[in-house]
Design a protein around this ligand. Structure first.
Ligand code: SF4
Length: 337
């Protein structure tokens, strides 16, 4: 447990958490929407500080990040809680719970996590993932600062539902972001995640403007966010606001948690893939076995420059600066290779 950053004392012992756009007003003894930030006597406490429930060395492609150190592994850590309540959550056992409702976890510390990350020589960084790292902001920040000093990269896998001020304070320490763009309507965000879309779009723009590496993931859910016109609007927005070189992962949904719509029809997913490709240079298909939408192909000369089979990745056609070895087209950003 640690005192939270980003909160205000209100009248009496009430507090207002300003970490995410829910801006929860929390009475003494109660918790916020994320279930892991508690008002104790007028002080806001991060109850999940150091409560790490999962650690694993993963391929960076699992985050998913396809244009950031392709083929490398990254030490991945997760905690408990989430500020969204998605009906289709894939990790609901750890995200839709608080510390008091979960099996007791030992305390971990930033130096321990960094030490574990350094144990493997082929590991290049730490990914804050599995549950939403916004709700363990303090532990992520402390760990990321230490990791950076040790020469490790920091990666955040996030829903992007965070207020601008805490996001901006985090930016100097996080090198790459994998952001879920769950749909392109506020109605979807309200009905299926209990949040709003505009703060997410604003976060994506802030991250991009800061020059950080960012990739977006859109989970396509049957009869829920799979409308082709809505998808066109989303990909137009990405191309116009973030750039047509933004990596977009479109991912197949399977029934999970409180959502029982049938799995996404693969032909529908591939139709959206074709729509996205007309607007964006790098589009990938996830959660589906298909030869298409896996490799990185140079948008200028058509040469395959990174080949993927499942989580096995081979860089086949890039020069040492991450450009196409065939025609010199820039594929990867600076410091991504
Ligand atoms: S981080 Fe948690 S407590 Fe704070 S505003 Fe968001 S949901 Fe509420």
């Amino acid at each position: 447990m640690k005192e939270a950053l980003f909160y205000k004392r209100l009248y009496g012992e009430d507090v207002k958490c300003t970490l995410c756009p829910h801006d929860c007003v929390i009475k003494e003894g109660r918790r916020g929407i994320c279930r892991v930030r508690k008002n104790e006597g007028g002080k806001l406490i991060s109850e999940n500080y150091g409560k790490i429930c999962s650690t694993h060395f993963d391929p960076i492609e699992k985050k998913p990040l396809y244009h950031y150190f392709p083929g490398k592994i990254i030490f991945s850590v997760g905690s408990l809680g989430c500020n969204l309540h998605c009906k289709f959550c894939q990790n609901w056992e750890i995200s839709q719970t608080g510390v008091k409702d979960y099996i007791p976890l030992p305390d971990s510390f930033p130096d321990k996590i960094v030490g574990m990350a350094l144990q493997r020589k082929d590991n290049f960084g730490i990914a804050y993932t599995y549950n939403e790292p916004i709700v363990w902001y303090e532990f992520m920040l402390d760990t990321a600062k230490l990791a950076q000093k040790k020469g490790l990269k920091n990666v955040m896998v996030t829903n992007g539902f965070i207020n601008p001020e805490p996001l901006k304070e985090l930016l100097p320490f996080i090198d790459a972001f994998s952001v879920d763009l769950k749909a392109f309507t506020d109605e979807f965000y309200k009905n299926y995640t209990l949040s709003r879309i505009n703060p997410v779009l604003e976060s994506i723009k802030i991250i991009k403007d800061a020059g950080k590496h960012i990739e977006l993931t859109n989970l396509v859910i049957t009869e829920t966010n799979d409308d082709a016109r809505e998808f066109m609007r989303m990909t137009d927005w990405i191309a116009g606001e973030i750039g047509d070189d933004t990596v977009l992962h479109i991912s197949r949904y399977f029934p999970m948690y409180k959502m029982n719509k049938p799995a996404t029809d693969v032909s529908k997913l591939m139709n959206l893939y074709e729509i996205a490709k007309q607007r964006l240079k790098f589009v990938f298909v996830g959660n589906v076995r298909t030869g298409e939408g896996q490799d990185t192909v140079c948008p200028n000369c058509g040469k395959t420059v990174i080949s993927r089979m499942g989580y096995s990745t081979e860089v086949t056609g890039l020069d040492r600066k991450g450009r196409c070895a065939g025609c010199g087209e820039k594929i990867l950003g600076d410091d991504c290779f």
